[in-house]
Design a protein around this ligand. Structure first.
Ligand code: U2F
Length: 455
């Protein structure tokens, strides 16, 4: 029998949930080389995130595949992403529990702690049952975490309030925000979708967790931080991860399309970088509007656009862009791109990882949010931290996009936005210094993980 701790890590294999969880686990594993980490996700997600690593690189981390819940021969209908999420949720917790036994046999020791995506609330009951700590990892911002934790209060307020313009007056740190900025799942009946049901249950369970962990830093939202510290047993912000790449021993992401050498040829803070994350592709008319705006502004741009969406670009646009300093890739090494001084603004869907990466390297944002936490994130970008703009009317139009690009890149008000993001970046850098808040929180997390009793 082994005497080392054995941590089970449960991933939610959609959007960019798994990569930041693995980042966290790699940091923990490097700091606690005697502890065994078993990482559970679907085979599709595991093969994607572990693709660049050889077994030796993983050290004390071992990956296990769990079922994705998709029946053999299943044919997807309209929204494949949402359907796959629903099938996966239906397969939990049995798909995880089944494989845990295998990992315990391999490690020769029972699980001593559960580190999971916060969505996987069933882990709270499982941890209680086997008598180990549960450490959920919330992959988004503290503002959306807060919105979910206040779901019942918000629903009561909506039901009783007669105001048409409802603000979030009851939530510390979110007072100026509008109800319409909230993730749909906070507002809809929890029975309406498996995701809404999952998020509602998550909010009920999180206060029982040993510690809730975030890839963020306390100083970004002091009022929310204080409030969440009072609601949760422990609230540990341990990021931003882009500023901690060395600690997770992660090799820099590949640059097969030579984005960096292209950026080298551009002027400082001149390039518009565009990406909408891993799930979303804007509707065709908005792709056209964005392309036309770029052409009119005559700015250099780097656009991470999936091949299937290229057909929506205006006729001849790709050829004209090539001659006019525009570059298309299907996947950019985004962190390295945002770190490059040539990037002047990031046009984004406002996924949390993208925003945090932009803040980490001081790049202002233009926001076009789509679902989930993205509207709330864009509101914080524009009105909370004042580090960017939401496109006029919330969708890309040619004139609205031109205004936003010109505002950020060439107006005095744009300079103020750049200064605000620079100041926020300094706060992020302070948080990861040896005595910074995120460093201290991470030490506390290692204590919890390594001191978890060997079963
Ligand atoms: C879901 O996130 P998404 O995957 O849609 O978006 P992000 O959180 O912004 O993460 C995208 C990641 O993919 C990387 C980029 C980010 O780390 O650096 N990337 C890249 O390297 N190259 C590219 O060309 C394009 C992207 C969800 F949709 C969001 O609402 C949530 O906030 C998020 C976290 O829970 O998950």
């Amino acid at each position: 029998m082994s005497t080392s701790s054995h941590i089970a890590v449960f991933a939610f294999p959609f959007g960019t949930h798994t990569a930041p969880l693995l980042d966290l686990v790699q940091r923990l594993a490097a700091s606690a080389p005697d502890v065994k980490f078993s990482f559970f996700s679907t085979s599709e997600s595991n093969s994607l995130i572990f693709s660049g690593s050889k077994a030796d690189d993983l050290g004390n981390i071992k990956a296990y595949n769990v079922s994705d819940g998709i029946p053999d021969g299943h044919i997807f209908g309209g929204n494949q992403h949402l359907e796959a999420v629903g099938l996966f949720i239906k397969a939990t917790p049995d798909n995880f529990v089944k494989v845990v036994k295998e990992a315990e046999e391999d490690a020769g020791v029972k699980i001593s702690c559960l580190v999971t995506d916060a969505f996987l609330w069933f882990a709270c009951d499982l941890a209680e049952e086997i008598g180990v700590p549960w450490i959920p990892f919330w992959t988004a911002a503290s503002s959306s975490l807060s919105a979910h934790l206040y779901t019942d209060e918000i629903r009561r307020e909506i039901a009783t309030s007669e105001r048409s313009e409802q603000t979030l007056a009851l939530i510390p740190g979110l007072q100026g925000l509008n109800i319409n900025d909230l993730p749909n799942e906070v507002l809809m009946d929890s029975q309406e979708s498996p995701l809404a049901h999952m998020l509602y249950n998550m909010a009920l369970k999180l206060p029982k967790a040993t510690a809730v962990v975030l890839n963020s830093f306390e100083e970004i939202d002091p009022a929310i931080t204080t409030d969440l510290k009072s609601m949760l047993k422990k609230f540990l912000n341990i990021g931003p991860s882009p500023l901690l790449a060395a600690a997770s021993k992660k090799p820099p992401s590949a640059d097969k399309d030579e984005c960096l050498s292209w950026l080298e040829k551009q002027n400082n803070a001149s390039v518009v970088y565009i990406s909408f994350g891993t799930v979303i592709s804007p509707p065709p008319d908005e792709i056209v509007a964005l392309a036309n705006a770029l052409e009119t502004c005559e700015v250099p741009f780097l656009w991470s656009l999936k091949d299937h969406a290229k057909k929506h670009l205006p006729e001849g646009f790709i050829d004209r862009a090539r001659n006019n300093n525009g570059k298309f890739v299907t996947w950019a090494p985004q962190v390295r791109v945002l770190e490059h001084g040539a990037v002047g603004v990031f046009v984004t869907h406002c996924g949390w990882n993208s925003i945090l990466e932009s803040i980490s390297f001081g790049v202002p944002l233009i926001c076009r949010p789509f679902f989930g936490d993205q509207k709330l994130n864009s509101r914080m970008v524009q009105d909370g931290w004042k580090i960017g703009l939401k496109v006029d009317g919330g969708v890309f139009t040619k004139s609205g996009t031109i205004n936003a690009i010109q505002y950020i890149l060439s107006s005095d008000k744009g300079k103020a936005i750049s200064e605000n993001v620079r100041v926020l970046k300094e706060k992020a850098l302070d948080a990861v210094k040896p005595n910074g808040s995120s460093t201290r929180n991470f030490q506390e997390l290692i204590e919890i993980v390594t001191k978890s009793p060997v079963q």
